[in-house]
Design a protein. Structure first.
Length: 320
């Protein structure tokens, strides 16, 4: 029998052997999290590091090098940064059962995940504003392979979501998705939106706060694209996970961002549209990567909630 492997879990002892390619003396390796990529905590006598092992088929070598160029451009402005190996390169090729995977050692962001409150929301907004400012002049010779545009956020995801919606909920639900997506795309074409480098997943799970200062990590979803989408992801996080304090925290976040960087009227108008785009991107990503999230959650109840959210996000779509 030919056994196929989609996503192997590399033992921490093997990670310690890989770490020998870096100029550090690792004392311990602990497995932290399994996801689209696998994350390990590396401990030395004096320092702590993060080792990320990218999954096969998710980000290729060129895409990862784009990410590292972006982070290095931002280095010094409160981001976790990659650390070179003894040979001067960042990437290590790991021959896993499912194919080649790439590993990168990163600095560790001190502190802990910031609690969502008004004070921290303002700091988070300021942090994103500075990140956008610093990345305005980003240049790289490497290709990311995608942009945070309507093709990636909407069209690619609809191709995955549509057949599952049709199977679970019928033609009406599938049609609703297509109508909402076309409405979003039409509305966006009428707006003059800023584009540039984006983190792509900017919310409090991807940052630590220490002594009132936030450091950002996990640039795995970064790309060039709509800057308003980057802002909207934080609003989406508040709507989904902190509904009882959404309004005051969103106001604080926006105040913090605007103190660092302007946001044009068209970009502000687009934010609700990008909240819906975020929902669609996330569902498509989860469906496409069922070896991470499983399939037990894919049922009528969860998909009906998704359709309800699509209808209520945008004024005028309630009666679709």
């Amino acid at each position: 029998m030919d056994i196929q492997v989609r996503h192997s879990l590399i033992h921490k002892d093997s990670i310690l052997q890989i770490i020998d390619e870096h100029d550090i003396e690792a004392l311990q390796c602990d497995f932290l999290a399994r996801g689209l990529n696998d994350t390990y905590l590396i401990t030395t006598e004096k320092e702590t590091y993060i080792y990320r092992l990218y999954r096969t088929g998710w980000r290729d070598r060129e895409a990862i090098l784009f990410e590292l160029d972006a982070i290095n451009h931002l280095q010094g402005d409160r981001v976790s940064f990659p650390i070179k190996k003894k040979d001067g390169n960042y990437l290590t090729e790991v021959k896993a059962p499912e194919g080649v995977r790439y590993g990168v050692l990163f600095s560790y962001s001190k502190g802990e995940r910031p609690q969502i409150n008004v004070e921290n929301s303002k700091i988070i907004g300021e942090t994103l504003g500075r990140l956008h400012n610093k990345s305005d002049k980003l240049t790289t010779q490497h290709e990311r392979g995608f942009e945070l545009d309507t093709e990636h956020l909407l069209d690619e995801q609809v191709a995955v979501i549509s057949p599952i919606l049709k199977k679970c909920l019928g033609n009406e639900a599938e049609e609703t998705l297509h109508i909402v997506v076309e409405n979003i795309k039409t509305d966006l074409t009428e707006l003059n939106l800023e584009t540039g480098f984006c983190h792509g997943d900017f919310h409090n799970h991807n940052m630590h706060i220490h002594d009132g200062v936030i450091e950002v990590f996990d640039f795995d979803c970064c790309a060039m694209g709509y800057r308003a989408y980057d802002v909207a992801v934080s609003w989406w996080n508040l709507k989904n996970n902190y509904k009882n304090i959404e309004t005051e925290c969103w106001d604080a976040f926006l105040k913090g961002y605007l103190e660092e960087r302007k946001l044009a009227d068209d970009d502000l108008k687009s934010l609700p549209l990008f909240i819906t785009a975020r929902r669609i991107w996330l569902l498509g990503t989860m469906l496409r990567n069922d070896d991470v999230w499983g399939t037990n959650w894919i049922n009528s109840r969860s998909l009906e909630l998704f359709i309800w959210q699509l209808k209520t996000d945008r004024l005028g779509d309630e009666d679709i």
